[in-house]
Structures are given as structure tokens and as C-alpha cells.
Design a binder for this molecule. Structure first.
Ligand code: CP
Length: 360
């Protein structure tokens, strides 16, 4: 016996009705005075916002190159406190948010599991988040339940002390800030060849349960003339809700199991891991699908400018020998997460113009 009791499941009047609404109908609920307040879905980001945030991220990374610039950044938000509530494992989302907070001068508290909080005594997740809001000005959360960030933001926004919620990954449904760093990485990779518009992207692996490819697919609506290639084993095909979204926005997509046939066609290859942790029957699934791996030999058949990405962590999807090739962008990609998340936090607190003022 570890002394833990079953977590309380509270009933919130109106939640089910809200949750079942179309996303477009919900967006205003997560805004204040025409600005994003909570970051819950990738569908909240439009093109002007994406372009703006990428510019702010570029400025923050430039400022951070000098001691004086770092001092200026640290003086932006020293009066603010953030809570990192990560009860599903994470390395880079946690660390990039934590270091983004440090860059801007915020103080950070953290909880990395439910076993050391009063959730062990049965306190509900909603009461736990509300408690954080009593102490901090920003909550960044990762959770294994789809809709978790949305629900906690919905609950907090009806209290006397709403604080912004940033979704750092909610089950298999969304990872909106990963999509931000993915777009930032793609834009930087293509800055000498016209940016992201008009490009072809292959998304490879477990597209059914991979929240990163879902959130990134939503963002394609902001770019012109995009083409997506969904490359996966049949059991891990992209879900219909994403394909319906792409059809609605006239974004071309193709589905195939033949990875090598797609490699020479695309400007970016976005590899993903098989997300076995969401399997109902893990023993029935293979550990690895070699036909969907990117190997050193493939470097000779992709385009000279093709960007190879991965949200990481990886298992066997990309051979380590690929890492040395300049087209391998995944280590740059994870570092980009820190800059774009710093830009996002600056935006959420309305101090991003203090950053741009440094460049006037
Ligand atoms: N990309 C990503 O979400 O990585 P972590 O799970 O390590 O945070």
C-alpha cells in the first residue's frame, strides 16, 4: 500500500457542452482583448501571429548572444512566477520552457508527477491547477489526458484569478508549442529559398497517435500552396479529423507506405516515433518499423536543401550517422523550442515589444 487514494473526479456544469463545440467556436474563450491568453490548440495561431512570433524569437536569440542583451532579457519579467506542471514525462518541452522562463527572468516552480502532491490524497487535477494559480502568474502543463489543458483553462477562466495556461502536450491530441517551434525551424531552414510557402513536407511514422504531426498539420492552413505526404504503416495512418481539416482548407495531401518513393520529392521530412505508450495492447505492436526509418543511405536521394526533422525523443527512426549531415535539423529544432517559447511567454505577458524596441 502506498497510501494513495483514487483521484476525485469533479463535475463541472457546462464543461461537456463546451468541450464538444467546434474549435472555432471556442477560440474567443481563450483570448483577452483580442490577444491570445491561454495557448491550448494549434488552430489559435494565424499567419500574422506566426510571423510575428518568429521575428520575436529571432530577436531574443540575437540579444541572448551578449551579456548585456541577456541582462535586458532577464529584466523583462523578474516580477512574474511560472509553474511547470509536467505529470507526463518530458525532457525538451520541460527544459526549453524552464530555460525560456530563466531567459526572461521569471521564477519557476515545478511538479513532475502526482506522487508528491496532494493528488496522492485524492485532490482533483482541477483543484490542483487552481491551487497553482493562487501562487503563480503562468501555468505550463503536460498531461497524458487529451483535453486536459483545455479543461483547466476553461475552469480557471471562470475564477477570480485566471492565469494563462500553456499546453505543453495533452495526451495524443495536441502539442501546440511544438508546432510553433517546428514552423520556426522550417522557416529558418527555408529562409534562402522563399520561406515555407509552396513547400512539400513528408510526415513519417505514427501519425495516428503523434500529437506533434497533428498540431503541425493544423498550422499548414497559414501557408500557401503546401503539400503533405503522410507516410505510415497502415495501422498508424493520420486520423480523419486532420484529413477533413486539410480538405476543408484545400491543402493537398497524399498517403503512402512507400517512404523511399517520397524522399526525393519533398523539401522537409518530419520523422516521428511509434507512440507505444498510447497502445491498448502494446504486446501486439512491433517495436520498430524499419520501412519507416531514415538511414544514412537515404541522404543521397533527398534534395540538397531537404530538412530532416524530428520532435524527439527518437528511437530507431533516424540512424545516428545522419546527425552529421547539415540537413539534419533536429538538434537545432529542439534548441529553437527554447527561443520560440521565450517569445511566446514574452507575448503572453505583453512585453514582446520591449524586445523589438532594442532593434529600432
Ligand atoms: N518533443 C517533445 O515533446 O519532447 P519531450 O517529450 O522530451 O518534451
Amino acid at each position: 500500500m502506498d497510501g494513495s487514494v483514487e483521484q476525485t473526479r469533479q463535475t463541472y456544469q457546462g464543461w461537456d457542452e463546451f468541450y464538444n463545440k467546434n474549435v472555432d467556436e471556442k477560440l474567443a474563450f481563450f483570448e483577452v482583448n483580442g490577444r491570445l491568453f491561454d495557448i491550448i490548440f494549434a488552430q489559435q495561431f494565424d499567419r500574422p501571429f506566426m510571423d510575428y512570433l518568429c521575428k520575436i524569437a529571432d530577436m531574443i536569440r540575437l540579444l541572448a548572444q551578449t551579456k548585456m542583451g541577456q541582462e535586458k532579457l532577464r529584466h523583462l519579467l523578474p516580477h512574474k512566477r511560472a509553474m511547470l506542471y509536467f505529470v507526463q514525462p518530458s525532457t525538451r518541452t520541460f527544459l526549453s520552457f524552464q530555460n525560456a522562463c530563466y531567459i526572461l527572468g521569471l521564477s519557476v516552480s515545478e511538479s513532475r508527477g502526482t506522487s508528491t502532491s496532494s493528488e496522492v490524497k485524492g485532490e482533483s487535477s482541477e483543484d490542483t491547477i487552481r491551487t497553482f494559480a493562487s501562487y503563480v502568474d503562468l501555468i505550463i502543463c503536460r498531461h497524458s489526458e487529451a483535453g486536459f489543458a483545455e479543461k483547466t483553462a476553461w475552469v480557471l477562466n471562470q475564477t477570480e484569478r485566471p492565469v494563462p495556461i500553456l499546453n505543453g502536450g495533452s495526451g495524443p491530441d495536441q502539442h501546440p508549442t511544438q508546432a510553433l517551434l517546428d514552423i520556426y525551424t522550417l522557416e529558418r531552414s527555408f529562409q534562402d529559398i522563399g520561406g515555407l510557402d509552396g513547400k512539400k513536407i513528408a510526415m513519417v511514422g505514427d501519425l495516428k497517435r503523434g500529437r506533434t504531426v497533428r498540431s503541425l498539420s493544423y498550422l499548414m492552413k497559414n501557408y500557401n500552396d503546401m503539400t503533405l505526404y503522410f507516410v505510415s504503416p497502415d495501422i498508424f495512418r493520420m486520423k480523419d479529423d486532420i484529413k477533413d481539416f486539410l480538405k476543408k482548407h484545400n491543402i493537398a495531401y497524399y498517403e503512402t507506405e512507400d517512404f523511399e518513393s517520397v524522399m526525393p520529392l519533398v523539401d522537409a521530412i518530419y520523422m516521428t516515433r511509434i507512440q507505444k505508450e498510447y497502445s491498448d495492447d502494446p504486446s501486439s505492436e512491433a517495436d520498430t518499423y524499419p520501412g519507416f526509418h531514415f538511414k544514412k543511405k537515404h541522404l543521397s536521394i533527398i534534395q540538397p536543401h531537404c530538412t530532416i526533422m524530428h520532435p524527439l525523443p527518437r528511437r530507431y527512426e533516424i540512424e545516428v550517422e545522419v546527425d552529421k549531415d547539415p540537413r539534419a535539423a533536429y538538434w537545432r529544432q529542439e534548441r529553437n523550442g527554447m527561443w520560440i517559447r521565450a517569445a511566446l511567454i514574452a507575448y503572453v505577458f505583453g512585453v514582446e515589444q520591449e524586445v523589438s524596441k532594442e532593434f529600432l
